[in-house]
Design a protein around this ligand. Structure first.
Ligand code: LAG
Ligand code: CA
Length: 471
């Protein structure tokens, strides 16, 4: 069955949104592997349209025009080198798979980043072998002229009409399924370990199952990890739970509720879980935000400062679902391109330039990945809150965290669940190394008590064997 664990024991996914392949590979080697991340999610690796107006919006990569791997993020050879570099660092690679559609039928550009030959207005994609018959169309499949989705509660319309005018693949057809599976197998052939399935809600479950049945599930000793983009709101066949036979689902409710609490009172998070309407933990790919949500104001984003960081720390500590850390680029308007050259090819990520948000490198968040891995299998215990935006809890006796989302420092004697000893605070310094902490040390007494001050908008996190560390 599908699984998210990796060679280094971790399951945390770093979502490096629209980082180019060279930069992803370097990040795996220098940050993600050493910090214990289990996987990296990369942008759609296939060829896509390049709009002719020269603005290169980030979303042109969601308009596939070819299944070769020359894209905005680099060449096929650079893609292959990235996967190898990540694997060598113990990090799996999950690709964003845009398989519900090709380019917009409303687009006129015939230019792409990788040189594919296609014409969106006539639904011809010569390199793949798609023609008009490869797509759903009014009136045979979609009941609405113009192929628009008018009724979002109708599975037929959601799955056989066009999402924002994107040419909707006829996924009931065996040859269409084979072409999509061929693309996924090509990625798997380069070592890709899993797929974020874009617009999964718009593909009938039976079609997705038939596509996955054509994907090689023996190469890695199990099926690739599949997590599907299913925006909640639909019922029956369109509910997130209806897609779980094919894999996990991205947890949008998780992201929305986290924003509610971090802009309200995080003491409420004591019961955060399935009773809040979340999908089961083992089916949930949880997130603080993603590239769509950071643009629609429905979640916390990098613009929220300490709350954004604290929400990631909570996510990594809480142990619900398979967590993601989101690292994208800064934007002013919703269409802004990532930093790119004159032709739209994404340039190397420079975390010090101010153009990127390298959330995966934030000291506290990056060290919480190791905390998360150490806490694996341990239940939440020793919950504490002050009713006013400050919380603390342990994961069994393995790890302890305090999160202060309020505007003033909190000093408290906590029950940490940890064995007596001295521990490094991994939010403000490195994990213990050679018996010393690079940041503050916290002493836990014989009854597991520790007196700690947690700054406003800050956190403190301890794990590991507390033996003879000094600050
Ligand atoms: C997704 N998941 O289901 C992606 O997460 C989301 O980012 C994608 O939309 C969408 N589904 C299709 O893959 C993005 C932009 C859209 C953009 C679309 C295609 O949010 O705004 O649509 O990618 O590039 C754009 C224009 C539309 C136009 C369409 C087709 O905004 O006005 O109709 O292109 O030409
Ligand atoms: Ca569809």
């Amino acid at each position: 069955t599908a699984h998210a664990a990796t060679a280094n024991g971790g399951d945390v996914i770093a979502n490096l949104f629209e980082w180019n392949w060279k930069s992803v590979g370097q990040e795996c080697t220098t940050v993600l592997g050493p910090k214990g991340y289990g996987a990296v999610q990369v942008a759609p690796p296939g060829d896509s349209i390049r709009l002719s107006n020269g603005t290169h919006p980030w979303w042109d990569v969601y308009q596939p025009v070819g299944y070769d791997l020359n894209s905005r993020m680099g060449t096929e050879a650079q893609f292959a080198a990235m996967v190898t570099a990540c694997h060598n660092a113990g990090v799996k690679v999950y690709a964003d798979a845009v398989i519900n559609h090709t380019a917009g039928a409303n687009q006129t550009s015939t230019d792409s980043y990788g040189g594919a030959s296609f014409n969106p207005s006539t639904y011809t994609y010569a390199g793949i072998g798609y023609d008009r018959s490869s797509f759903h169309d009014y009136p045979a499949t979609c009941p609405n002229a113009g192929n628009t989705i008018n009724d979002w509660n109708s599975a037929q319309q959601v799955q056989e009409c066009q999402l924002v005018s994107l040419s909707d693949l006829y996924t009931e057809k065996d040859d269409v399924r084979s072409k999509i599976a061929g693309y996924l197998n090509k990625l798997e052939g380069y070592g890709v370990d899993g797929f974020r399935v874009d617009a999964a809600k718009h593909i009938a479950q039976a079609d997705m199952a038939a596509i996955l049945a054509k994907v090689d599930d023996t190469r890695w000793g199990g099926r690739p990890y599949v997590y599907q983009e299913v925006i909640p709101g639909g019922s029956g066949q369109l509910a997130p739970s209806a897609f779980e036979g094919n894999g996990s689902v991205l947890e949008f409710t998780y992201a929305h509720k986290l924003k509610d609490q971090f802009t309200g009172n995080i003491a409420n998070l004591r019961t955060f879980g399935q009773s809040w309407g979340l999908e089961p933990s083992d089916k949930s790919a949880v997130m603080v935000t993603n590239h769509d949500l950071e643009r629609d104001n429905s979640t916390l984003t990098y613009k929220d400062g300490s709350r954004y960081v604290l929400a990631h720390i909570f996510e990594l500590a809480w142990g619900y679902g398979t967590p993601q850390v989101y690292s994208g680029f800064r934007f002013t308007t919703n269409d802004d391109s990532p930093p790119a050259d004159a032709h739209g090819y994404v340039t190397d990520t420079d975390c010090s330039s101010g153009a990127w948000n390298c959330t995966d490198r934030d000291q506290g968040i990056a060290n919480m990945v190791g905390w998360h891995n150490a806490a694996k299998g341990q239940s939440v215990a020793n919950w504490w809150d002050n009713g006013n935006n400050a919380i603390a809890f342990s994961r069994g006796s393995a790890a302890w965290v305090a999160i202060n989302n309020s505007g003033s420092a909190v000093t408290q004697t906590f029950s940490t669940g940890l064995a007596a000893g001295t521990y490094c605070d991994v939010i403000h310094g490195a994990p213990a190394s050679g018996g010393t902490c690079s940041g503050p040390a916290v002493t836990v007494g014989s009854s597991g008590q520790a007196t700690v001050t947690v700054g406003a908008g800050d956190s403190v996190a301890l794990y590991g064997k507390g033996t003879s560390c000094t600050s």
